[in-house]
Design a protein around this ligand. Structure first.
Ligand code: AQP
Length: 321
């Protein structure tokens, strides 16, 4: 089985990215051939600073390796190093109905938030479909926000196969219910572009301040809180604390007797220790950038070896070769 997923270097990675995509992707390394990439072409739809893109790309490489991506087991590369994906984007783009792209939630959300729409943003799902189809991927671990894009990929692959004969593998999304949408500090989906993130490798003081600043209602510590499970700090605590600790804390909050200040302090402490081993690993990697760049170079070579075979198959099927 081949597993594939990507992550954009559009900003600093946060714990929504970690629990929604990186952690499942790392665990799936055990179950098949894993292909993971840094989606720098995708980041071009929203980030226009070349130096920032370079820095973010390196940051994503460090973060993913520090969190447990094993380059011996997985193929890990920078998307733009395997430019074959842009040719497949064109090929499948010619079979992608405009109406399908017009229904994309992510495009609608972004334009509604005032991001000026460009062709790249509109065509994002086609590039994402090419990312997946170029590697004969069977399984795509993603957060729920990307589910529709994987469904579009399936539609595009089926259309291609109907038009030109069985050529492309139709993939399945893998979405875990408990981390499908990690909430941000303001209760919306945690997102780089909403300014509501807890970074995976944030600065200690800054993250403490962000967590202590989570807005709560005005109930006193002694008052019972029947909706304790809806509390953002509890939801985040469930991700970073041992299950037993999170359960007890939620019960104390529900029954009354736990103040919001103490709850937020506990959240910070558990967050900080949860990522401590990865933080140490990241510092080691940051001191050895030759190794990190070597991993990406080697990954690009291995990814290209697969990509050229699939692209050739697609070219032949539609009469280009
Ligand atoms: N809050 C989240 N909960 C669960 N999963 C999430 N993902 C992102 N946010 C959450 C998952 O992380 C993977 C990589 O996402 P991406 O960075 O490529 O793009 P995104 O989904 O658009 O992430 P952001 O932070 O919201 O970025 P911006 O603000 O740049 O658009 C994906 O699998 C995603 O589902």
């Amino acid at each position: 089985m081949r597993i594939l997923s990507g992550i954009q270097p559009s900003g600093t990675l946060h714990i929504g990215n970690y629990f929604g995509m990186m952690k499942p992707a790392i665990e799936l390394q055990e179950r098949g051939e894993a292909y993971y990439f840094i989606a720098d072409y995708h980041s071009m739809t929203s980030l226009f600073d070349p130096e920032q893109r370079r820095q973010n790309t390196l940051g994503v490489a460090l973060d993913f390796l520090a969190c447990g991506l094993d380059p011996k087991r997985s193929v890990f590369w920078r998307q733009s190093d395997v430019a074959e994906v842009t040719e497949l984007t064109w090929i499948i783009g010619t079979l992608t109905p405009m109406g399908l792209l017009e229904r994309a939630h992510s495009y609608k959300d972004k334009t509604a938030r005032g991001i000026s729409p460009n062709f790249g943003l509109f065509a994002y799902p086609v590039l994402m479909a090419a990312d997946i189809l170029l590697f004969d991927s069977n399984l795509v671990p993603v957060g729920r926000d990307q589910k529709q894009h994987v469904e579009m990929t399936r539609d595009i692959a089926i259309k291609f196969n109907q038009a030109y004969g069985e050529t492309l593998v139709v993939p399945e999304p893998e979405i875990r219910d408990e981390t499908a949408i990690v909430p941000g500090l303001d209760g919306q989906k945690m997102s780089k572009s909403y300014g509501n993130t807890v970074e995976i490798f944030g600065d200690e003081k800054a993250i403490r301040k962000k967590i202590m600043g989570i807005k709560m209602d005005s109930r006193t510590p002694a008052e019972p809180k029947p909706n304790a499970d809806q509390n953002i700090a509890i939801q985040l605590l469930k991700l970073v604390a041992p299950a037993e600790v999170a359960r007890e804390t939620e019960e104390r909050l529900r029954a009354g007797g736990l103040g919001y200040g103490d709850l937020k302090k506990a959240l910070f402490e558990h967050y900080w220790s949860f990522f401590a081993p990865a933080r140490a690993k990241r510092a080691e990697l940051a001191a050895n950038l030759d190794y990190v760049n070597g991993v990406l170079r080697d990954g690009a070579e291995r990814a290209r070896a697969t990509a050229t075979v699939v692209l050739e198959r697609a070219r032949r099927a539609c009469g280009l070769a």
